[in-house]
Write a protein that binds this ligand. Sequence first.
Ligand SMILES: Cc1ncc(COP(=O)(O)O)c(C=O)c1O
Length: 414
Amino acid sequence: MDRQLRFDSMLIHGGAEPGPAGATAVPIVQSSSFAYETAEALEDVFRGRAAGQVYTRIGNPTSEALEKRLALLEGGGAAIATASGMAAITTAVLTILRAGDEILSSSSLFGGTFSLFRDTLSNFGITACFVDPLDLDGFRGAINERTRLLFVETIGNPKLDVPDIPALARIAHEAGIPIMVDSTVSTPYLANGAQLEADILAYSTSKYINGTGTTIGGAIIDRGVFDWNSPKFPHFEQFYKKYRAFAFTARARKLVHKDVGACAAPFNSFLLTEGIQTLALRMERHCSNALALARFLKGHPKVAWVSYPGLEDSPQHAVASRLYGGRYGGLLIFGTGDKASAFKVINGLRLSRNLANIGDAKTLVIHPASTICADYNAEEKALMGVTEDLIRVSVGIEDCLDIVEDFKQSLDAI
Ligand SMILES: Cc1ncc(COP(=O)(O)O)c(C=O)c1O
């Protein structure tokens, strides 16, 4: 039945099994491990001859329900729920790359991913080459014999540039490497992995999937479409022989995810299966509120500039319209000319909260240059589009008039 359901129904029913005593919510299986009657039965599960759970670091029924739903929403495949978005990206990248390999990455990235690629992984011999995600020729030209992965965010956080993901997928595939997409900001509601032609998705579920700012989580989705049977990936050989199209998930589950141990907590997976059910309704409102706020800000005399892919004069508008069906997400950025006035705007807001998160039902703001991007030098900030006056807004689902009034009263007062 799952495969026949439309997206909004899949959010609610996808992968759901009847719970004990007729329970309709996904049951929270708060157990570290799972007992078997006989030594033979447990051996069979360990060896993969029988299905079953053994230990929550490796798999858990509540997390499995979330995994099934996410995989269906991305257009099919296999999923792994992780402790956070960063855990998902780290686990997925470590599954593919080995020392000496290189990631060809978009330069427009969430700060945590940028520092993972630039600092942490380089200590282990995995390097990264950063290219402007709108520069397709730049990507083509940067591929070398060590490149093993193309990584890109659907809508760069916080720059909000919108790369042509299917075009980047073609560039990756011509070079015989997979494309991994972080769709935290767009979510499968704007476009899923199949529509974007992504091989692997690795993203944060802490944001829009959760929807209420209560839970940290992440997910890796393997669409089972990349051919790992390649001399570029000799470390996939044993997994390819047994698991074919799902060699990536097998290598992740049996090695990296198990060994790194960044598993999803069952209670968090439960909260995510609850939150995801309203994703379509919330995203619709996030998108319409963000467009209304962007239009208001554009007309305000104290605002120097506004960037939102939904604005018709945005350089991102055409690609975003083609890829995301006329929906442009809940994030916008704007500037008031300098840091001092940006701080005044933030300090004057009464409804919107000043904090480091996105994708909450509440409207959130942050000044990235002094917070999440504070550790980067001027050149790196420029690469990520972070100017001293930039305010990022994660537009919530409150009444749009209240959001606009909040920004109006704060801007009027500076
Ligand atoms: C685009 C993007 N990817 C990944 C992450 C990391 O997710 P988490 O905070 O769940 O580790 C974030 C967090 O802000 C993000 O915005």
